[in-house]
Design a protein around this ligand. Structure first.
Ligand SMILES: Cc1cc2nc3c(=O)[nH]c(=O)nc-3n(C[C@H](O)[C@H](O)[C@H](O)COP(=O)(O)O)c2cc1C
Length: 181
């Protein structure tokens, strides 16, 4: 089965996400990425209040209609999860990147609104689970990724996922060195 690619999935020029970084991503960074043909996402937790999160999304939306995403921590360590999900759905961000937990509820709530859900995964079992739940793409977090890294090498993980999943696979980790691996 031929898979679509990130650029076609989002209608952008290059299939690249400027990845969400806790305490680092900001609206300036997102706007710069969107201006240059790629997409970008920021962690919802970079904003302490719901109002600040709303203001950031509205600021980007008033700057451009290019697609951007928000990263949502979906395990119980994120005490703001429910409210953040409601806000992201209400303001209709283009996609949500889920990390560190079960994305089932996010997928269920986003689908009816056409919001795409890309799920961080570190192995095939988890990738197959989120694919079955309706994820639009998996993000292959390999053992060279910054932040919460996986256990498999970029080559092992990407090969495993591209050969066994029917949804697009987005690589996270050591992208700049990929050509040498
Ligand atoms: C400083 C830093 C903060 C990060 N914070 C987050 C985060 O809040 N949420 C998330 O999903 N990923 C986070 N990541 C992971 C990145 O989104 C991305 O998957 C990773 O940086 C890819 O690895 P690379 O930078 O080695 O290519 C973070 C990475 C870094 C380096």
């Amino acid at each position: 089965m031929s898979k679509t690619t990130l650029d076609k999935l989002l209608g952008i020029q290059y299939p690249v996400i400027v990845a969400p970084m806790f305490l680092i991503s900001n609206t300036k960074m997102i706007k710069a990425a969107l201006t240059h043909g790629v997409t970008a996402a920021f962690p919802a937790l970079n904003y302490r209040t719901d109002q600040e999160l709303r203001d950031a999304i509205k600021e980007i939306k008033s700057f451009t209609d290019k697609p951007f995403g928000v990263n949502l921590i979906v395990n119980k360590s994120n005490l703001k999860y429910k409210g953040q999900l409601e806000t992201l759905v209400e303001l209709k961000v283009d996609y949500i990147i889920t990390s560190l937990g079960n994305p089932g509820e996010v997928i269920e709530k986003c689908k009816p609104h056409g919001i795409k859900v890309f799920c961080d995964v570190v192995d095939l079992a988890y990738a197959k689970k989120v694919e079955q739940q309706g994820a639009d793409a998996v993000i292959a977090v390999n053992n060279r990724a910054g932040g919460h890294a996986g256990k498999l090498s970029p080559k092992e993980l990407i090969t495993l996922l591209t050969e066994n999943c029917n949804i697009p696979v987005i690589s996270a980790g050591v992208v700049s060195l990929m050509a040498k691996i």
